[in-house]
Ligand binder design. Sequence first.
Ligand SMILES: *[C@@H]1O[C@H](CO)[C@@H](O)[C@H](O)[C@H]1NC(C)=O
Length: 1000
Amino acid sequence: MLRATILATSVCALLTGVHAIGQDACVVFKSAPATLPVVSKGKASPILTSEDDWPGVQLAASNFAADIQRVTGVKPALTNFTASTSVKSTPIIVGTLGKSSLIAQVVNATQLDVSSIQGKWESFLAREVTNPLPGVDRAYVIIGADKRGTIFALYDHSEQFGVSPWYWWADVPTVKRSELFVTANGCSHGSPTVKYRGIFINDEQPALQSWALEKFTNGTTTSPLGSPFNHLFYTKLFELMLRIKANYLWPAMWGSAFAIDDNQNQFLADMYGVVMGTSHQEPMMRSTPNEFSLYGKGTWDYVGNTQNIKDYWLAGAQRAKPFESVYTLGMRGFGDLPLSEETNIQLLQQVVADQADILKSVYGTDIESIPQIWTLYKEVEGYYDAGMKVPDYVTLLWADDNWGNIRRFPLASERSRSGGAGVYYHVDYVGDPRDYKWITSSQIPKIYEQMSIAVDREATRLWILNVGDLKPYERETEFFISLGWNATRWSPDNLNTYVSSWAQREFAVSPTVANTLVDILGNLTRFNARRKPELLNTTTYSLINYREAESVLASWATLKDVSTKVYNSLSASTKPAFFQLVHHPVLASANIANILVTAGMNNMRASQARLSTNALADQAEKYFEQDFDLEDQYHSLLDGKWNHMMDQTHLGYYYWQQPMTNTMPAVNRVQARKQALAGVMRIVPEGTLGAWPGDNSNQCAQGYNCPPPSLSLDPFSPFGNRYIDVGAGGPVPFTFTATSSEPWLVLSPAQGSISPKSPEQRVFASVRDWSQLSDGANMATITFTATAAKQPPLRVNVVFTATKHNLPGDFKGFVEGSGAISMEAAHATRNTPVNGVAWKELPGYGRTLSGVSTFPRLGNDEASFPAGAGPSLEYDFYAFNTIANSGNITVTTYAAPSWNAGEKDRPLAFAVQLDGGAAQTQQFIPRPAPGGLPAGWGGPDGFVANGVVSVVTRFGGVSPGKHTLKISAMEPTVVLQKIVINTGGVQPSYLGPPESVVIR
Ligand SMILES: *[C@@H]1O[C@H](CO)[C@@H](O)[C@H](O)[C@H]1NC(C)=O
C-alpha cells in the first residue's frame, strides 16, 4: 500500500504568499537567511538540466523557466549542462535520479542523501547543496525519483511562485513579484497516496467538443471521426494535469478516438508524462465502439467473431506498447450497455485470459508489471460478486453509483491483491435518474468522505474522476487529485482550509475574503447538491410550508450579493477567473431557483385568483432570459475564449437525457381586467394552497362551502409568527383593515392599500406576550375587511389558535414547535465514543448543515456494534404532543444515500432508541440484485435525487414531556444529516422543518 510520506518540512509561513494548497512551502518573496535566489535584483539564477534527461522533464523545465518569467518578468537561462558550461551564480539544478547524468554528478559530488526518494514512485526532493559542480559553491537542486517526480517538483515550485495550475484553463492571473527565493531546506514529497490519479473527459458534447472545434481546429479536423480533440487540445490538458499532479487520463470518447484523432496524441501524452488509459468500457487501449466501427471486422460479438476482435485488440496493444498505459480489460457492449443476454462469466473470463495472451505476445512474458484494470461497473460488479475471477495483478476498479456514492470497497480479504484496487467516481454524469452535466453540484466534504473511505480500505492504486467537460468542475477536480496526491493532509476538520487556500491562490484575496468564498462555495455546492439543478422543478421546495421556497431564494440572493461584492472588488485581470470559478456558477444556479420558484408561485397564485400571478409570469420570463444572458456572458469573456463552454442545456428535462433546448416552466396568467367572482380581495394564509373567499379545491376536502381558514402558533414555532397574504382579485383598487377579536394578537400591518400597481400585502400575526395567555388553546378571529369604490365591504375571517405550552424551567434541549422537533445531527446533546470509535462532524456535508459519521472507519477491529451498544449520539427533547394524542411519534433520520461499505451480510445500519427502550435496528439501503441498484435509489423522489434516505422509526406509548433520542452506530461509514421527530405537526417540505428551538 502506498501512503504519502512527508520527508521534511520547512514552513516559512510568515514569508510566503498563499500560492499553494497543502504543500510544504519552500518559496519566499524576499531575501532571508537560509534562502537562495531564483530572481533577485533583476537577475535570474540559471537553470541547469541534462541532455539525457526525459524529454518531458526538459519540457517541464522550460515551462518552469517561463513561469519564473511570468512572475518576475525575468527569463532565466535554461541550459543543458556540459563540462564546458560556465555557471555564474547559484544555479537551479534540475533532474531525474537514475536518468540525468547531471544529477548523478551532483549527488556524487555532494554526497547528498537521496535514499528518501530513491525508487519511490513520483517522489522528489529539493534543497540547497554545496559544491555540486566544479566552480559552483552553492546551488538549489530539484531531484525527482522518476520522470514525474521531477516534473511534479518543478510545477510544485511554479505554483508556489504564483503560477496557478489553471493560469490558462481558468485565466488565473499571476501575481507579479520582483524577488523570488527558495528556502535552503527546500521541499520534498514522498510517494503519493494513490499511484494513478486521473480524470475522464466524458459527455463532452455539447460544450467541450464545440469549444475545442472552434479553438483547436479551423472548423474541420483530420480525425476520421471529425473529432476536434487533437494534440493542440491535449497538450494543453496534459500540462494542466501535471500541474495539479494528475498522471492518468481517460480521453474523450463520445465520437472521439484518442489514438487516431491525431496520431501525435499518444506520443505526446507519453512525452509529457501522462499515462493513458481508456474508459471502463473500452478494452485494450482502443476507443470502442468508435475504432471498431471504423476498422473492426464483423460484429462486436466475442462468441461469433473471436479472432477478429482479438486482432483488433492486438493492434491496440501494439500501438500502445511504446507508451506508458494502463490497460482496461474485459468487454462490454456498444453504447455503455451490457454485452448480450448470453454473456456469462465464463465468456468474460475467457476474454480476460485472451487479453492476457495478447499482452504476453506484445510485451513478452512479464505482463504482471503492466498496469491493468478491470472496472466493476454496473453488471460487471454482479459478475465479480457471482464469482468471476481475474488475475491477482489486475487492479479491481470499484465504481460509484454515478452519483458520488461508492458502491463497494475492498473487503479485508481483498486488500492483499498485488493489483490492488481503485475507484471510478463522478462529478458529472449522463444517465438515470437524470443527467447532471451543466454546473458544479458536488460537495467537497462528500467527495472527501467517500474517497477517504477508499484510502482507509486501500482502494488507492488508481482513482479516476469523470469530469465531463472539465469546466466548470475545476475546484472539485483539483481536490480529488490533491486528496489522491497526499490524503494525509486532509481531514474533515481542514477541508475549509483547502478552499480558502485555493481562493487565495486563484484570486490573491485576503484571508478574510477567502473565508467569505469558503462560505459562498460551500453554499453554492450545497444548494446544487441538495438536488441537482436538472432535477429541480417548480414545487420541489414547499411554496407554503416552513417558508421553504422563500428562504431558498433568500439564501441564493445572499450568495449573489456577496459574490457580486467580491467580484466588484477584484481587479480587471482577476475578474474573468472569478467569473468562471465562482461568480457565474453562483449567478446561474441562483437564477434557476428564481425561475422555478417564481413559476411555482405563479401557478399557485393563478389557482388562487390573485392578480399578482401576472407579474410573476413576467418575472419568470425575465429570469429565463437572464439564464441565456449569463451563458452568453460566459461565452463572451476574454474575446470568446470559452465560447460554447456553457452550451449545456439544463432547463426543462422531459426524461433522464438532456433536453434539446432550454424550456421555461409553464406560467399562467389571470385575466387582469376582470374581477374575481368572489370579490376584490384574496386572503391566503400561510400553510395552505387555498384562497378565500370563494371556492378553491385546496380550502377543504369538499372544495366548496368550506369553513374559514385557520392558523395556529405556539411559543416554540420556529418563525415566531404566521402570515396572511392579502392580494388583489382583479383590477379594482381597495383598502383593507385587519382586526383581531382578541387584544393579545398583534397584526402587522393592520391595514393597507391594494391596487394593480401594488397587488400584494403580507400581514404577520403574532402573540403580544405569551405569559398573558392561559395554558392550552387560546382562540381569536382575525377579520379582513376590504373597501372598494362602489362595492359593499368584503369580509374574510381567519381563525387563529395560540396554543400555550409550559416548559419546565430546568429543561435543556430541543423543544417541540408546531408539532415537530427538528435537529441537525451534529447538534447532539451527548456524544459517547465506544472502543475508540466516535461520531464526528463532517462540516459542510449534505443538505442543511453537516453530516456526522463514525471514525476511525477501521476501528473496533472492523467489527459491527450490536444494536444499542455502539458509539452514540443522544438528543434531549421536549414534546408537548404525540400524533393525534395516540402516544405515537415518528423519528425520521436523514441519512446520506451511501452504499454498503462492508461485507455483503453487513448492510449499513444504525440503531434508534427512545429513553433507553429497545434499540430498533435500521438497515436503510435495501440490498440490490448483483450489480443492480437498491430499491428506492432512482426516480425523481429516490435516494440520489433527494440526496438523502429518509429513515423512519416509530415509537408508541410516548407521553408528552422530556425524552432522549439515542442513535448508536452499528456499521461504519453511515452518515446522518438531520433528525425530525413528528409529534403530529410535520408538514410536507423538501428539507424538513427548520431546526427547532434549543434551550442550552
Ligand atoms: C537539452 O537537450 C535536449 C535533448 O537533446 C533537448 O531536447 C533540449 O531542447 C535541450 N535543452 C536546452 C535548454 O537546450
